[in-house]
Design a protein around this ligand. Sequence first.
Ligand SMILES: [Zn+2]
Length: 102
Amino acid sequence: MLWNCTETALRELLPEVLGEFLKRNPGACMCPRCVEDALALALNNLPPRYAATEEGVVLVRAELGQPPEKALLVAALLNALQQVATNPRHERGREPWFPTCR
Ligand SMILES: [Zn+2]
C-alpha cells in the first residue's frame, strides 16, 4: 500500500483553504465536482510524496506541515481553485451531484 502524502495533506488543508478562498470569491461554485477538479489540478502541479509505511507517512506529513512546504500546498490549492472557479467543468446550475450547487 502506498500513500501519496501530498494528497492527504491537501485534503486536510482543504476546509481552511476553501474558507479563505470563498471569502475572496463569494460566488465560486464549491460542489464536490469542482472541489475534486481543484484537488486534481493542485496535485498535478505538486511533487507527489509517497510513503509505504505508517511511520513514513508520519515523517512526510511532519515535513509537509512545515511552513515553507505548507505554503506551497496552500498556494497550489488556491491557484487550482481559482482556475476551476473561472472555468468550471460543468454548466452553471446543471451540476447533478450536489443540489445546492449554483
Ligand atoms: Zn461546481
